[in-house]
Ligand binder design. Structure first.
Ligand SMILES: [Zn+2]
Length: 461
């Protein structure tokens, strides 16, 4: 989540200074923006629905007006449809503005940057993305510290405190140092372990380091934390004293959540967010449903015809208008992620709108049959049946008609599962595709340590 610009500054600070810095409370190190946002969230999360809606209307109007004044792309877009932000008075009027796609942002980067921002008050970030081309974005420095206040605010629901020790499994910092397996970030009091090195052979070293570090929290990709959990259960290793396992950046299944809570005897917390900073939503003390932060951005769900969904239970694309980042405002930005609303009040008492589930990314990947026919990968049912006890898997196609199904080694996974999976898939695509399942030590990961569910390129492993 940390920006590349800030990271480059951080890496230039001498180690001795970093060690001193870790003794100063995080809120002081992070500055005024962090402190004022954290103080606001401490109160605003308990506001009634009407007050939150009023707040959103004000923030939306502010961002629309700003974008019109300072961002050439929006000035042209709003003028072309006769939309005047100064007259904006109801959230439904937002529907007049066309949706913004990744392609739009890609094609118009220079026109989308606010004229107020330069290299001093902003930094460049990229979406990692498990699919498609990485997207270049500009962020205000302010948005970076505001976002940390939001992250900490939600983690507090499971007992998080900013100065406590945590172990992180996040891929990004290791991008340029493929051989490095770990490093220490004193500003966050964080031991960072590379999720690209997660074979059982590396796990001995990792678990020793974690035990010695005595973290309060484990933080990172659920796919990486699940591997660690499986290893600990298999070998009877106990990592004690954990308050919570904080999981973001990837979808997490019920099975993964159960395994993490069994292995670490701690609360498992998950949230939904994205590099673009338009929508942030997380679990609460009582529910795994994603509570949308109304202070972070305005969220819509959009159906296949481009209409706004208001009812619970209907799946639509998550579209967000972020409130944090003026350097490159994203208005009605299509995230390529899909979700559905929940209904009724939550026992936590917050009046936040909730997503019952995030159902994953749009996936247009196709498998190729023996006769070179295209079959949508998303047509495979992996939520139930033979897959219901499998925590992590990956499909790999290296030639037409043949698909390898790699199942990640884990507690309770045996060869009996393999034949059940093969049987189920082979009967589903009889004559077109043949599936061969096997248990593996680790799955193939992206640069950032994430796991793609389907890989098509010829690969050596
Ligand atoms: Zn709740």
């Amino acid at each position: 989540m940390a920006g590349e610009f800030l990271k480059s500054i951080y890496e230039r600070i001498p180690d001795s200074t970093k060690r001193l810095a870790s003794l100063v409370p995080f809120s002081l190190r992070a500055g005024n923006t962090y402190r004022s946002t954290a103080a606001m969230l401490a109160k605003s999360q308990w506001l009634p629905k009407q007050a939150l809606e009023e707040y959103q209307l004000i923030k939306l109007k502010e961002m629309l007006t700003y974008a019109y004044r300072k961002v050439p792309f929006y000035r042209a877009r709003f003028d072309s449809i006769g939309f005047a932000p100064s007259h904006f008075s109801h959230v439904d009027e937002l529907e007049k503005i066309p949706l913004l796609t990744k392609k739009d942002v890609f094609a118009h980067y220079d026109l989308m940057v606010s004229t107020d921002y330069n290299t001093i008050n902003s930094y460049i970030g990229h979406t990692g993305g498990t699919t498609g081309q990485p997207l270049k974005l500009l962020f205000s420095l302010k948005s970076h510290f505001e976002e940390w206040a939001f992250m900490h605010s939600q983690w507090k629901r499971v007992g998080f405190e900013p100065n406590q020790r945590r172990v992180a499994f996040l891929g990004v910092p290791f991008k340029k140092e493929k051989e490095a397996k770990w490093k220490f970030n004193a500003l966050h009091n964080e031991l960072q372990l590379s999720p690209r090195h997660l074979t059982y052979a590396d796990m001995d070293q990792y678990t020793e380091m974690i035990k010695e570090f005595r973290p309060h929290h484990l933080y990172g990709l659920p796919s990486a934390l699940t591997v660690l959990a499986g290893y600990c259960i298999d070998r009877g290793i106990r990592i004690t004293g954990l308050k919570a396992v904080l999981c973001g950046s990837e979808n997490m299944s019920e099975e993964q959540s159960r395994l993490l809570s069994d292995a670490f005897q701690a609360s498992v917390y998950s949230w939904y967010g994205q590099t673009e900073k338009v929508v942030l939503a997380g679990a609460c003390e009582h529910s795994r449903e994603y509570h949308l932060f109304p202070e972070y951005g305005y969220t819509e769900l959009i159906d296949g015809s481009g209409n706004v969904i208001k009812e619970p239970g209907i799946v639509g694309e998550i579209v967000g208008t972020g409130f944090l980042n003026q350097a490159m405002p994203l208005i009605r930005y299509c995230t390529d992620d899909f979700a559905l609303y929940s209904t009724g009040p939550c026992p936590c008492g917050r009046a936040y709108t909730r997503l019952a589930r995030v159902v994953g990314r749009r996936n247009n990947d196709c498998m190729i049959s023996t006769e070179n026919e295209k079959i949508l990968f998303s047509s495979i049912e992996t939520q139930r049946g033979a897959f219901s006890n499998i925590q992590q898997w990956q499909f790999i196609q290296t030639r037409p008609g043949l698909i390898r199904v790699d199942i990640m080694k884990g507690p309770g996974i045996s060869t009996a599962h393999l034949s059940a999976i093969e049987q189920e898939l082979n009967s589903q695509f009889a004559g077109k595709l043949t599936f061969m399942a096997s248990i593996v030590d680790d799955l193939i990961r992206t640069e950032a340590g994430k796991i793609r569910n389907f890989i098509q390129e010829p690969v050596d492993k």
